[in-house]
Structures are given as structure tokens and as C-alpha cells.
Ligand binder design. Structure first.
Ligand code: SF4
Length: 346
């Protein structure tokens, strides 16, 4: 195989590759724009997703996970970096090209009520993307909308109603039907179950999992807690103050976390039997998230890390491969297997 062919093979190994992605917001308040200040919402993120897989992105509010999703889908423009979708850099596309690319990349939002136009009936909401992209019209359009209602488990009679007439779970199904209309390859799900009751959450998660198999979908699944991503993700990226601090296959991340922040997030998951919380006591995640406008130097997590040393305050740790395949961590002193880790998390 020639060198060029080998590189081409590598570049198409992933449906999506994110390299050095940055999104900085100018938050300068001083008159005449002196002393520029930037909120570094996303500050050098690297991610990759294979076709048909789900990448979970987790972290506390303000860690930059939703901004990452919005930049990947070009709802926001990046400050720097590349987002390669099937090898093509989405950051270089103009507005017209991006509109065309929306057929392949869709979003499902946290609050379906605010993302669905309250004045449009369900039929129009689902038909809108099909009309905008001239996919179908007339009786074929009606058929397609009804098919999409079937796919997400909603009755055809719902097509005549307005969003406010539905429960949160039903509204999220409408949002999913709308996202599916253009037969996308990638769906970015931004906290799709966070606003729903626990019993409804699992129904929506099961629906997303079924649709993934049926339509060979690839998901980015953004959530603020680990439990929601555990059941749906193949890999999980943990973000802290605009950076990915750990990226690993889901099972490895939960059973052998290497970053102290991930360990803290796992420890914060409620367990039904407190005796399962065997090896560590107390809350590992103390203190608030520092301001992303003025993050701590070196390792951003050093102000909250129980294992911080001098080096952590000075030198930024890079996201590096570990000896475990596919497991990357950004920590000068990654945790050893079993160190300080709770057993039997749900
Ligand atoms: Fe903690 Fe240091 Fe690792 Fe940061 S680099 S997570 S402060 S041990």
C-alpha cells in the first residue's frame, strides 16, 4: 500500500475527528476594549468517533460540552481547530455548504419545548426539514411524516396537534423524528434526557439505542452526569474547563478511571447500597468549578484535586495515550488501576 493510500485509510477510519478545537468568547467589559478577556469555553479539544458508535461527553455545567456540540454542528463558529466529517473539514465550509451538510448532521436538544416552534403543528414540524431540502412533497411527504411518527412511537393523530399538547417525553420524540427526517449520519444529542422524569429518560434512551441500530446512526451524547452516558456510549470523553481530561472505552472508564476528576464524578453517582462505596470515603469533588475566564494555571483541576503536586500548578498535562488501548488521560499522576476507586457503581 502506498504511503498516500495508508494515510487516506486512516483519515476515513472515523466518521468524525475533532482536532485542537477552540471556542473562545470575548467577554471584555472595559471601555475601549482594553485588557481583553476571553471565556475559553472550548480550549483545544481532540475527539474521534467511528461510524455507528456513540461518544458520550460529560462534565459539570460550564465545562464546554454543549459548546463543543454547537461548534461541531456549526451552530457556532470555531475560534480554531478542525472538525473532519468523513475527512472533510466542516470549519472550512461556507453557509450554503453547511446548510447542505445539515442533511448528514442533526441535533436533538435538551428542551424540546423551546426547540420546537409552538405555533407549528407536529406535521409541519416534521415536514419542515423535508420541504426545506426538497426531499419529498405532496402525498409522499404525508407518508414520510407518518412513517417518522411510527418510527418514534407516536400516533398518526398527533400530527394535527401543537407541541404544548404533549408531555416532555412525547415532545422529545417529536424532536427526534424531526432530526431523523433527513436520514442523517450523525446526531448530536445535547442533554436529551436531562429535563425528563427518570422513568421517561430510560424510554428515550432505549428509543435512541433502537434507532441507532435500525438506521446505523452515530451519536455524540452530551450529558452532565455519568449514569446517562453509561448505557448508551461506546466511548466517553470527560471534560473539565474546556478540555478533555479523559477519553476511554465506557467499560474501562467506569471500572478503571485514570483521572482524579473522573474518579470524583463516579464517586458522586448515588449507589443503592452504601457498603458498595468501599475504598474511598467522603466527597472527592469538593469546591466549585473555577471561572473559565480565569482558569487555574497548569492543570485546571489542581485546585480541587486531592492528589495535586507542585508540578500540577505549573505544567499543563496533555491528553496522552496510556498502556490501555484507546484510553487517554491528561494527568501528570494518573491513577493506578484500583487506586481510590469505588467498586460496584451502578
Ligand atoms: Fe490532579 Fe495533578 Fe493529575 Fe491535575 S495533573 S488531575 S492536579 S494529579
Amino acid at each position: 500500500m502506498s504511503k498516500k493510500t495508508a494515510m487516506e485509510t486512516k483519515s476515513t477510519e472515523y466518521l468524525l475527528e475533532v482536532k485542537g478545537l477552540k471556542k473562545h468568547f470575548d467577554v471584555t467589559r472595559s471601555l475601549f476594549g482594553r485588557n481583553k478577556q476571553f471565556l475559553k469555553a472550548v480550549d483545544g479539544v481532540d475527539l474521534m468517533i467511528k461510524k455507528g458508535e456513540t461518544l458520550g461527553i460529560v462534565g459539570e455545567s460550564g465545562c464546554g460540552k454543549s459548546t463543543t456540540g454547537n461548534v461541531i454542528t456549526r451552530l457556532l463558529d470555531a475560534t480554531a481547530g478542525e472538525v473532519l466529517f468523513e475527512g472533510e473539514d466542516l470549519m472550512k465550509l461556507n453557509k450554503k455548504e453547511i446548510r447542505e451538510k445539515r442533511k448528514d448532521i442533526q441535533m436533538v436538544f435538551q428542551d424540546p419545548f423551546s426547540s420546537l416552534n409552538p405555533r407549528m403543528r407536529v406535521f409541519e414540524l416534521i415536514a419542515e426539514p423535508l420541504r426545506t431540502h426538497n426531499i419529498v412533497s405532496g402525498s409522499a411527504l404525508k407518508e414520510e411524516v407518518y412513517k417518522l411518527l411510527d418510527v418514534v412511537g407516536l400516533d398518526h393523530s398527533f400530527a394535527r396537534r401543537f407541541p404544548h399538547e404533549f408531555s416532555g417525553g412525547q415532545r422529545q420524540r417529536i424532536g427526534i423524528a424531526r432530526a431523523l427526517a433527513l436520514q442523517p449520519k450523525l446526531i448530536v444529542c445535547d442533554e436529551p434526557v436531562s429535563a425528563l422524569d427518570v422513568s421517561i429518560q430510560s424510554q428515550v434512551l432505549n428509543l435512541l439505542a433502537r434507532l441507532q441500530k435500525e438506521f446505523q446512526l452515530t451519536y455524540i451524547f452530551i450529558a452532565h452526569g455519568l449514569p446517562a452516558v453509561k448505557h448508551i456510549s461506546d466511548h466517553v470523553a470527560v471534560m473539565y474547563l474546556g478540555r478533555v481530561v479523559e477519553l476511554a472505552p465506557t467499560e474501562a472508564l467506569f471500572s478503571r478511571p485514570k483521572h482524579p476528576y473522573t474518579e470524583g464524578l463516579i464517586h458522586a453517582i448515588p449507589v443503592p447500597d452504601p457498603t458498595l462505596r468501599a475504598k474511598t470515603e467522603g466527597d472527592l469533588l469538593e469546591g466549585d468549578l473555577p471561572s473559565p475566564v480565569n482558569p487555574p494555571p497548569g492543570c485546571h483541576f489542581h485546585t480541587r484535586c486531592p492528589y495535586a503536586q507542585e508540578k500540577c500548578k505549573i505544567e499543563e498535562p496533555k491528553l496522552l495515550n496510556t498502556t490501555d488501548e484507546g484510553h487517554r488521560v491528561a494527568c501528570h499522576f494518573p491513577l493506578e488501576a484500583g487506586h481510590g476507586v469505588i467498586v460496584g457503581t451502578t
